[in-house]
Design a protein around this ligand. Sequence first.
Ligand SMILES: C[S@@+](CC[C@H](N)C(=O)[O-])C[C@H]1O[C@@H](n2cnc3c(N)ncnc32)[C@H](O)[C@@H]1O
Length: 254
Amino acid sequence: MSKEVVALFDRVADRYDEVLPFFGELGRLCVDRLPAPGPGGRLLDIGAGRGAIAVAAHARGYAVTATDASPGMVERLRADHPEFDVRVMDAGRIDADDDTFNVVTAGFVMHLLDDPQAAVREIKRVLKPGGIFAITGPGRMPDGFEFADISHALFAEFSRYLPPGGSMGEPFDELEALAEAGFTDIDETDLRIELPVADAETFWQWFQTHGTRKFLDELDADRRAQFRARLIDDLESRDRIVLRGYAWLSRGRA
Ligand SMILES: C[S@@+](CC[C@H](N)C(=O)[O-])C[C@H]1O[C@@H](n2cnc3c(N)ncnc32)[C@H](O)[C@@H]1O
């Protein structure tokens, strides 16, 4: 596991998804698309963070095991949700017997792993035959989707100022990975959200509370100030400020 990735999430754990509920909303949409749990239906959430998927899955009736490699995330999730089984665990080494879970979910984590294919194999091992693996993550812009702010253009432009090896995450082909591990009934769909944002400063603060924090921390102070000023100018020129986002949901059957 990348120590740097885990250290970043430890650093942001106390505010993660608290400024704007971006991941919570996408987690809820993901869970809406899962089958209803049968009696005793068990769901394992990998890289659970502060519970974006786990909370919605528990509300839907699943018995939830929520795991994350970041001790800071696990400590907070356990304190907020004593009703879950919450554990520190690396996605690549799942501490569970074969054929244990009806569903495994992985929200915005597969692209952060050093060896995502090994994790997909582990997940298939702990799923019951016929169980579902549901992955959410970033990816190509869905047809007809438009951002409502310029941050994506700014991240692309300012990436040239990062130190070598800066930022984090690698492209991950979910459909190919599922097929390679022997999953069937593979499909994908996009999930879309739009959240009202009180003001431009709130929007900027949101970038400090998740993975983008690493990108911004790695810019030198002048570049970071330029990024911030251009984002705020853009947001304040708009009639209303909203955070529009999407995720790809990919599913396969074990
Ligand atoms: C972007 S957050 C997503 C959290 C949550 N699933 C959500 O949708 O809000 C990525 C999470 O993956 C965790 N993570 C990173 N590397 C991991 C690994 N190797 N094994 C398990 N969790 C990991 C991080 O600590 C972080 O909580």
